[in-house]
Design a protein around this ligand. Structure first.
Ligand code: CMC
Length: 389
């Protein structure tokens, strides 16, 4: 009897290579939508402008993660749960004390976020309680760890969270050891909303890839923190202030830009894969910066930033390159008295909400990420003994 030889499944048709996966849909998602031509951003169908005007960061995080705005009872319960889990184990604080004080806070955050997996390692991804617990713990503890490292590297002991303070105010309190001005706390909360989610950016992609292996959520967030740290992504907010400080004065803005462009240097805080107009978050952050300056005094770096935006509009605008979220955020944080190397960790505090929303969504319809590649290396080489090389 003839035995049919098994036929291999057809090889999927090769797609053309798109560097940086530009324009390649790598997932389906119902979390966030960007209209890059019109400069519109929505979370779960709600405009980010409405959310910053009406919502709080934790309410927005709830919306992103669970898909619907909470009722007042749900919101109170969620806020309470997050508040209950703000403290971090003394073992994690002791571990952080062994970090070099000159190390970057993003590296400290990545290591501390990953360490949570040692403490809460029971991986029960099909158990809704486990999912809720991980969401609450990560939202609650990431700010505490960022603030703890700030005090530890100054040689101080971290201070405990204050239960009577809301999320943003408590973070500023843990960081500065002072109860913040209510306007400062509100503006900081708004910054967190603006940074909470932004579709399939590099760190969120990283989070989804990690999530797709069904590893634990602490590893998911730690991998995303590492990806966010780079200067082409979240790290740009820190570089913007350094750039403005380097420019130094208003009359140097134009020559500086000329020279930077002649050297094909990227202007930090400008450009975005999705937006071809000014990032809507930059519009809101600029207004927040002005509100802060009205209340707490002007920052001359803001004048440089505006001038740079104006001059760059002529040179980069025709290519669709305008200020992104990172351009004005640093000026806001600087006015709030936050050290420059904490700008990206603060971005991470906010984006944890988005990463968790994507983690949950990925688990809901999971297939491990395993893209293909186009091999460009050598083939069929003959082995050469060591002595002959
Ligand atoms: N300054 C000068 N030229 C730029 C800039 C910029 N900031 N951004 C893009 N370009 C030019 C780039 O030189 C290239 O020109 P050409 O076609 O002549 O070679 C063209 O625009 C396309 O640039 P690209 O780097 O291929 O664009 P991309 O979509 O791969 O990168 C980006 C997007 C955000 C990485 C890039 O715009 C950039 O490096 N910006 C500066 C860093 C920054 O501000 N990052 C924060 C991004 S928003 C928040 C976040 O994601 O965390």
């Amino acid at each position: 009897m003839a035995v049919e030889s098994p036929t291999a499944p057809a090889t999927p048709e090769r797609q053309p290579f798109r560097p940086g996966l530009e324009g390649v849909p790598a997932t389906q998602s119902a979390i966030c939508d960007i209209d890059g031509q019109q400069g519109l951003l929505t979370y779960r169908g709600y405009s980010v402008g409405d959310l910053v005007a009406q919502s709080s960061f934790l309410e927005t995080a709830y919306l992103l993660i669970w898909g619907e705005l909470p009722t007042s009872t749900e919101l109170r319960a969620f806020e309470h749960e997050v508040q209950m889990h703000r403290r971090v184990s003394f073992r994690i604080r002791d571990m952080m004390k062994s970090f070099p004080s000159g190390g970057h806070p993003m590296d400290a955050l990545q290591a501390s976020a990953a360490s949570l997996g040692l403490f809460y390692s029971r991986r029960a991804l099909d158990n809704p309680e486990y999912i809720v617990g991980a969401v609450v713990r990560l939202l609650a503890k990431i700010p505490t760890m960022v603030a703890a490292f700030q005090l530890i590297r100054k040689g101080q002991d971290p201070i405990q969270p204050r239960d009577d303070l809301a999320y943003a105010a408590n973070f500023l309190y843990m960081l500065t050891e002072r109860e913040p001005d209510p306007l400062a706390a509100r503006i900081f909360d708004t910054c967190l909303i603006l940074h909470a989610e932004h579709s399939l950016n590099a760190s969120t992609f990283s989070a989804r890839v990690t999530a797709s292996t069904l590893t634990d959520p602490y590893a998911v967030v730690a991998s995303a923190v590492g990806t966010l740290a780079g200067p082409l992504h979240g790290g740009a907010n820190e570089d913007v202030l350094a750039m403005l400080e380097e420019i130094g004065s208003l009359d140097q803005v134009e020559p500086w830009l000329e020279q930077a462009m002649a050297q094909k240097q990227k202007i930090m805080g400008f450009g975005h894969r999705e937006y071809k107009v000014k990032d809507p978050r930059a519009v809101i952050l600029q207004k927040l910066a002005e509100d802060l300056f009205d209340q707490f005094g002007h920052d001359p770096l803001y004048d440089l930033a505006r001038k740079l935006e104006e001059v760059a509009a002529e040179r980069l605008g025709p290519k669709g390159i305008y200020p992104n979220v990172d351009f004005y955020s640093g000026l806001v944080y600087r006015k709030l008295g936050i050290p420059e190397d904490l700008f990206t960790p603060i971005f991470a505090i906010a984006r944890t909400a988005g990463w968790l929303a994507h983690w949950k969504e990925q688990l809901g319809a999971n297939r491990i990420y395993r893209p293909s590649q186009i091999y460009t290396g050598a083939a069929g080489r003959d082995w050469m003994p060591l002595q002959a090389r």
